[in-house]
Unconditional design. Structure first.
Length: 196
């Protein structure tokens, strides 16, 4: 009798589980869970498609990536994430344009010796830090050679009487250099002044 009662108790326990799985509640829960699983699967495949289009140029590789995102249902997007290119195509193009622009800028522009701003060869003064870059010709107002290139380098001996430092000798020397530079730029004006 005891054996019969134990079997009946187990049957009642499993009968409740069987009743739950055959009920309408289980049917609704199962259908909603399947709907969300399929929606998540389709959404992840669509995400793989959108991401692959932003990262890959070749249409065949995009198709392979999407197939990988679809066919192993939930692991495909994870596998795709391991093997996708690290950068977007737009970022790659932008970086290449920036590199090209920097390479062009390095070769064609001069720099201010003080603030390193880009300057044109015709600038007399740096537009950023207002450092005097070149002396203007007195007659035609064209820029002369930079002042720094006309000064003598440190450690080089100067002949006696040549300035470059303080006082009258330095100022006369600087004026003479300016006159020599003007004469070099406009030799016809200076020759006509010398001929009587």
């Amino acid at each position: 009798m005891l054996l019969f009662q134990t079997t009946t108790g187990n049957d009642d326990l499993f009968q409740g589980v069987r009743d739950f799985f055959s009920s309408d509640v289980w049917l609704v829960v199962r259908n909603v869970a399947l709907f969300f699983a399929v929606a998540f699967w389709v959404a992840s495949a669509y995400w793989v498609y959108k991401d692959a289009r932003r990262r890959i140029e070749d249409p065949w590789l995009i198709a392979v990536a999407v197939a990988l995102g679809i066919f192993p249902p939930f692991f495909g997007p994870i596998i795709y994430m391991f093997f996708r290119p690290p950068e977007y195509l737009e970022d790659v193009r932008e970086r290449e344009l920036e590199i090209r622009a920097m390479e062009e800028a390095v070769g064609r522009t001069d720099r201010c010796p003080v603030c390193r701003a880009s300057i044109a060869s015709s600038f007399l003064v740096c537009p950023v830090c207002t450092t005097k870059l070149k002396q203007a010709c007195r007659s035609c107002r064209q820029p002369l050679e930079p002042l720094a290139s006309r000064r003598e380098k440190p450690g080089v001996e100067r002949p006696p009487g040549v300035g470059g430092g303080e006082g009258e000798g330095g100022e006369r020397d600087e004026r003479q250099v300016e006159r020599d530079e003007e004469e070099r730029l406009h030799p016809e004006r200076h020759r006509s002044a010398l001929i009587p």
